[in-house]
Design a binder for this molecule. Structure first.
Ligand code: UFG
Length: 331
C-alpha cells in the first residue's frame, strides 16, 4: 500500500487515476483548486483544496502527509487557448510545477509521475512518434510541458528526484459504471463533441479541415483509453522503485483514426446520426499524430486493454448519455 498525492485528481484523467489506485489498495489524497475539476469527481480518498500557485497551501497539503509519490495532472491543456493566453500556460504549467517540486523537496517526497503530451513533439517528422522524435513544440501548451520535462531532468541530477513523464496522445473514454468521465465545461475535444452532436446537445459539430494529406482528408489521431493511462501511471510507480533519474514514455495505441472514422464509429455505437459540417482547419493541428509505445511496453510492462476504437467510444457514449448533474455545472 502506497500513499499517493494526486494533484488534479478532480479532473478527467486524475479522477480515473484515483479510482485505479483505490481499487488496487493504495491510499489516495486528491489536491485540486477546482478551477476546471469537479468536487463530484473526487470519489476516492481525501480531498485538499489547494493551488499550485499558492506555495503555502502546498505546504499545508504536504505537511505530515508522508506521501510515497505525487502524480501531477494539474495543468492548462488547450492548445488554442495557449496561443492566445501564453502567460497563463507558462504560469500554471511551469511555475506551478516548480512550486509543487519545491514543496515536495521541502517535505521529502522524492518521486513524481508527470502528465505530458504529444504536443511536445510539434509537427511530426515520422509516421510513428517514439521518444527519440525531435521535440519542437508549435504552441505554448507543448512548450510549457517540455519546459517542465526539462526541469524534472535537472531535478534528477541536482536533487536525486525520481520521475516518470508520460506523454499522452489522445486521451479518451470513461468509466461510466463508476460515475466518472470527461466533463469539461468548455469542451473542445473531438469525441465528446461528436457524442454531444449525436445527443442533439450543444452546437453543431464542426470538422476542422478535410484537406489534410491523410486518407480521407481529415486529421488522424491515436486514441488511448483513460483506464489504460491510469494503468501506465501505476506501473510508473513500480518502475521508480528500481530506477533513479528522469524517464519519459509515449502512450498511445499505435493506430491512427481520422475524424471521419471517429464520427462513423460514434454513429454506429450510439445508433444515432452525427450531424456535422466541414469548417476551416484549426490553428496548430498537425495532420497526424500516432505514438510508438514500444518503450512503455518494454520498460513499464504496459499492455493497453482498450485497443479498439469502438469500445473506447462506447464507454464515452454511456458516460455522456447518463452523466450526473455535477458534471454539467461549474466546479
Ligand atoms: N476536431 C474537430 N472538431 C471538434 C474537435 C476536434 O474536427 O469539434 C478535430 C481536431 O481538429 C483534431 C482532432 O479532431 O484534428 C482531435 O482534436 P482534439 O481536440 O480532440 O485533440 P487534439 O489532437 O487537438 O489534442 C490532443 C491532446 C492535447 C495535445 C494535442 C497535440 O488532447 O493535449 O493533441 O496536438 F496537445
Amino acid at each position: 500500500m502506497k500513499k499517493i498525492l494526486i494533484c488534479g485528481g478532480a479532473g478527467y484523467i486524475g479522477s480515473h487515476m484515483s479510482h485505479w489506485l483505490h481499487d488496487q489498495g493504495h491510499r489516495v489524497t486528491v489536491l485540486d483548486n477546482l478551477s476546471t475539476g469537479h468536487r463530484g469527481a473526487v470519489r476516492w480518498g481525501d480531498f485538499i483544496h489547494a493551488d499550485l500557485l499558492d506555495p503555502a497551501s502546498l505546504d499545508r497539503a504536504l505537511a505530515g502527509g508522508h506521501f510515497d509519490a505525487v502524480m501531477h495532472f494539474c495543468a492548462r491543456s488547450l492548445v488554442g487557448e495557449s496561443v492566445t493566453q501564453p502567460y497563463a500556460y507558462y504560469l500554471n504549467n511551469v511555475a506551478g510545477t516548480l512550486n509543487l517540486l519545491e514543496a515536495m523537496r521541502r517535505h521529502d517526497v522524492g518521486r513524481i509521475v508527470f502528465s505530458s503530451t504529444a504536443a511536445v513533439f510539434g509537427n511530426p517528422v515520422a509516421d510513428l512518434i517514439d521518444e527519440e522524435h525531435p521535440k519542437a513544440p508549435i504552441n505554448p501548451y507543448g512548450a510549457s510541458k517540455l519546459m517542465a520535462e526539462r526541469i524534472l531532468a535537472d531535478a534528477a541530477h541536482a536533487y536525486g528526484l525520481r520521475s516518470v513523464t508520460l506523454r499522452y496522445f489522445n486521451a479518451a473514454g470513461a468509466l461510466p459504471d463508476q460515475g466518472i468521465g470527461e466533463a469539461h465545461l468548455c469542451e473542445t475535444h473531438l469525441i465528446p463533441n461528436v457524442l454531444k452532436a449525436a445527443l442533439g446537445d450543444g452546437p453543431a459539430l464542426k470538422v476542422f479541415g478535410d484537406d489534410y494529406p491523410t486518407p480521407d482528408g481529415t486529421c488522424v489521431r491515436d486514441y488511448v483509453h483513460v483506464q489504460d493511462l491510469a494503468q501506465a501511471h501505476a506501473l510508473a510507480l513500480d518502475f521508480m522503485e528500481a530506477s533513479a533519474g528522469a524517464h519519459a514514455f509515449n502512450l498511445g495505441n499505435g493506430q491512427g483514426f481520422s475524424v471521419r472514422e471517429v464520427i462513423a464509429t460514434a454513429a454506429e455505437v450510439s445508433g444515432k446520426p452525427v450531424p456535422f459540417e466541414v469548417a476551416p482547419r484549426r490553428d496548430g493541428d498537425p495532420a497526424s499524430l500516432v505514438a510508438s509505445s514500444a518503450k512503455a511496453r518494454a520498460q513499464l510492462g504496459w499492455v493497453p486493454r482498450w485497443t479498439e476504437l469502438g469500445p473506447i467510444i462506447e464507454s464515452a457514449w454511456r458516460w455522456h448519455r447518463d452523466q450526473p448533474d455535477w458534471s454539467r455545472q461549474g466546479a
